[in-house]
Design a protein around this ligand. Sequence first.
Ligand code: TH1
Length: 819
Amino acid sequence: MNNLNAADLPRPAPRSSNPEIMAAEIIERLTYRIGKDVKVAKPHDWLTATILVVRDRIIDKWMESTRKAYANNSKRVYYLSLEFLIGRLMRDAISNIGLMHEIRDALSSLGVDLDVIAGLEPDAALGNGGLGRLAACFMESMATVDIPAYGYGIRYVHGLFRQQMADGWQVELPETWLAHGNPWEFERRESSYEIGFGGSVETIGGYEDPQRFVWKPAERVIAMAYDTPVVGWRGTRVNTLRLWSAQPIDPILLAAFNAGDHIGALRESNKAESLTRVLYPADATPAGQELRLRQEFFFSSASLQDILRRHLQQYPDFTSLPDKVSIQLNDTHPAISICEMMRLLCDVHGLEFDDAWKITQGTFSYTNHTLLPEALESWPVPLLERLLPRHMQIVYAINANTLVYARKEKKMADQQIRSISLIDEGGERRVRMGNLAFIGSHSINGVSALHTELMKETVFADLHGLYPDRINNKTNGITPRRWLMQCNPGLTGLVREAIGDDFLDDAEKLTALDRFADDAGFREKFAEVKRLNKVRLANTVAQRMGIRVDPSAMFDIQIKRIHEYKRQLLNLVETVALYDQIRSHPELEWVPRVKFFAGKAAPSYHNAKLIIKLANDIARVINNDPAVRGLLKVVFIPNYNVSLAEIMVPAADLSEQISTAGMEASGTGNMKFALNGALTIGTLDGANVEMLEHVGADNIVIFGMTAEEVAKARAEGHNPRAIIEQSAELSQALSSIASGVFSPDDRSRFAGLIDGIYNSDWFMVAADFDAYADAQRKVDAIWSDQDSWNTKTVRNTARMGWFSSDRTIRQYATEIWRA
Ligand code: TH1
């Protein structure tokens, strides 16, 4: 192939966008690729055939994009992430290549409804929450803004568990997104690498003057690539999401099998495959298990080998690496890549340590997504030593250089030296992955302005003192294609009528909508779109849960992972207080509300699971109490995922973003709701702070303690018991929950949860309660003046364009990647 001239070869026939021709192609795929006759084809077969037709139209662009990057010697960006929460792909892809009407027509000429088969596509949940979803939004935006980029991750056989409810308790079931095969992906057997674990390090060149180190792993597995094309808006560019799957070196030990040891013959093979079998279901908490470290190293090593191989295909050596390659670490999960790069450069390619270090640092950059101390990854030294002995040596070498520099050049004191060290010496010795990622990178970024400032003041204070130019901010964003155009076609159509199509290519052009906030006719249409989206959600809830909700009530929604710092408990306690108020003051005009909750709890997170049970217990009591007269309903929708979010986000009137200030690094759900015309009730936390700046104080309801006040209260100690006693509403709500009003079958079920509020109130539920309840009554007052409400919600949509992930990616590209 290499000595042929591509221009002289026959080229694939250009793909037509004529619906008749596409219908014929769908039949062709059904027949020859799936092997089914039209008469017996199942809906799933139609889905697969359609995806194959769509995929073909993306492939031409894909090859062109790859060729172009090669020909222009463009810099390539590699986004390394253990999570990609992509959800469904078909609608996204069809819409981005501009064939929605054509494919719909093609299918309908075959008697197939696009919406029906689109609903059958499995929701790829290779991620837990915000961090994984951000990686997916970034992939789409990098293709859209024409950056040659690869996402690298793991092809988990089982993504995030399916959540089922058993009597209001969360039960985890395996998720099987690959059950029907995956028509999007290409298996790349030729892109396979060996990955080692354990063993020992040999020194060549003698003890006195060691020249080289050679790692002799005791175990080896194969990493095999699966590629998925990711197409940007208007098909501008197609990038690759490359996911690694673990394969055994010997699929079966035939001698053992023939000797009758049928299970032993497969042991090694099973062990290898188990590496990429499941996603760890912990969000913002480290898994801390050996298998997790194996996953992290497996995918880091495979990605690094692939990146270096591709570089050497095009360039003579690695001196140009920092100019031609940027590697972005999505949190510390891939941080071991820094050591692996050093090992490959020094031990395999023969570079000197100092030269390799310059190249490594010039190439890597790191995004931090959380400051929660319990969430900062670290690995016990003995574990790293056993599993990755050469990498442990490299950690010590990097540490020695850094600490000498800090001590000798920067005159740092013992306390500061302890805090910047890669080794945590307090208790069992552990390697701090955050410090490794920081020291091995030329850029360290936070994900909102507040979070970035807190990074400088807290966990990274001393490292920031040592390297003051490295920390920078890149406020998160969301892709407006998925989170406006696809999930909310009604609103998209209305906005186009009002301001034209410019905003489709540049979300910041939505500001043109601002003046329509004062146009009563427009506001009415805007409200009508919202109503239809609420009807759609009401239907989903009726279908899935048999619960009827009234679309004319305020839809108040909190959807995200269940975590104490996100304070679903604050919302639930206020719900109980409101329930009490509605019953004690039936003469007042209460605003009818439906409080929706959805989200998964980490299987080992006891309090989070208890909060889910509490939501369900409260729902059962309130929804069945005739004294409430339908003024309040509580709905916990099971199995929250990207596809459910796409139905709930456009249907929200009120968006709950109520984390304890200083604890939510950014949040991205907050942006999705506001863009779709919901009002936010929120704390001054994460990106809420910047949302306030963009939408204006009149168009968002902010309440509660600031991050500074929270830090002060924690340092000086606050007295939750006194606070509770001063608030009649709060004490009544807490004692009814604690005493078993909502859990008559187990009266002490929630006593411990409520005790936590009385005794320490770490998350400031009591401390913020009154401010939150007042803010909710302010929300009621705005709702009661629908003109005022609709003015605010239109302004939210108009002013949220800045939070497009296209803007975020452009900032990464110019300020970090220089791509
Ligand atoms: C989340 C943050 O909690 C959230 O505030 C932020 O918007 C999002 O990342 C994207 O930046 C995080 N998710 C995880 C998941 C794991 C570990 C740490 C974090 S921080 C597994």
